[in-house]
Design a protein around this ligand. Structure first.
Ligand code: C5P
Length: 239
C-alpha cells in the first residue's frame, strides 16, 4: 500500500490516499502549534513519538471493545487508519480541573471532578472553537440527539480505559480531547489522534507535566521533547 497523494493537511498531520479506498495513511509531522495555530514550531522527532503513542492508545481502546480508526502503525511516524467522514467536533473529557475549565468556571486548579465532565466544542478556528451543547449540534446538522448521547457515553468509556491503562504506567490522566467520524455504514468511530498533544498527563508521584502544556507555557522545545520521550517510554516501551 503506497501513499499515492495527499488528501488533507492539518496543523500537525497529513492524510494520504492508499490503494485500498477504505483506508488512509496519516502522517504525524514534527509541527507543534498553540493559540489556534497562531504559534508554531517544529520539534524533531515529535511526529514519530505521537504516531507511536496514538497507535498504542488506540490499541488499548480496541482491546476494551471501543472501535477506533486505527489499523496499523507504519514506522517511523504514520498510522494506517480506516477512512472516516469526520464530524467537526472536539469532545473533551475532564477528570481534574485544568486549562479552560478553571478560567471559565469556579473550579480550583487541580481539584478532582466528580463526575468527570464531558464537553463538546465546534472545530472552527475563526470563532475560537466555541463550546456547543446537544441542541446546537443537532441544529447545526452535525449529528442526531442519539449520536450526541453515544459520543458522550463512548467518551466516558474511553476515559475509564485510558485512566486505568495510564495509571498502570504511573501516569495521571487530567483531561483529553477526542474526535469522532462516520464509517461508510454510518457507525460513529473514534478517529484523529491520542497523544500528549491532546491530553494532559502528569507523573503520579511527582506531578511532573508530560504533555503540550509545557509548550503552551513557553518552555524550551528540548524540554517539551524530553517530556514526550518520557511519555513514549512509559506508554509504548513500558510493555
Ligand atoms: O484547553 P482545554 O482545557 O479546554 O483542553 C482540554 C483538553 O483538550 C486538553 O487535554 C487539551 O490538550 C485538549 N484539547 C485539544 N485540542 C483543542 C483543545 C483542547 O487537544 N483544540
Amino acid at each position: 500500500m503506497k501513499p499515492e497523494s495527499k488528501i488533507a493537511s492539518g496543523k500537525t498531520k497529513t492524510v494520504y490516499k492508499l490503494e485500498d479506498p477504505s483506508l488512509v495513511l496519516i502522517e504525524f509531522r514534527d509541527d507543534v502549534t498553540a493559540l489556534d495555530g497562531r504559534r508554531r514550531d517544529s520539534i524533531e522527532g515529535k511526529g514519530a513519538i505521537n504516531a507511536a503513542i496514538t497507535a498504542k492508545l488506540m490499541q488499548v481502546l480496541n482491546s476494551h471493545g471501543i472501535p477506533t480508526h486505527f489499523v496499523e502503525f507504519r514506522s517511523p511516524s504514520s498510522i494506517v487508519a480506516k477512512k472516516l467522514s469526520m464530524i467537526p467536533l472536539e469532545v473533551v473529557c475532564r477528570n481534574i480541573a485544568a486549562g479552560h475549565l478553571v478560567k471559565r468556571l469556579p473550579f480550583k486548579e487541580g481539584s478532582p471532578l466528580d463526575p468527570p465532565i464531558v464537553e463538546f466544542y465546534l472545530k472552527d478556528d475563526e470563532r475560537g472553537d466555541p463550546m456547543v451543547n446537544a441542541r446546537h449540534i443537532v441544529a447545526l446538522k452535525l449529528a442526531s440527539f442519539d449520536e450526541v448521547a453515544f459520543m458522550e457515553e463512548t467518551t466516558l468509556k474511553v476515559n475509564e480505559a485510558l485512566k486505568s491503562f495510564l495509571a498502570s504506567r504511573g501516569l495521571t490522566l487530567i483531561d483529553f480531547k477526542i474526535e469522532f467520524g462516520r464509517d461508510p455504514s454510518g457507525n460513529l468511530i473514534i478517529g484523529d489522534e491520542l497523544d500528549p498533544d491532546c491530553m494532559r498527563i502528569r507523573d503520579v508521584s511527582t506531578g511532573r507535566v508530560l504533555d503540550k502544556d509545557l509548550y503552551r507555557q513557553g518552555k524550551p522545545l528540548n524540554e517539551v521533547l524530553e517530556a514526550y520521550l518520557e511519555c513514549r517510554r512509559r506508554i509504548v516501551e513500558g510493555d
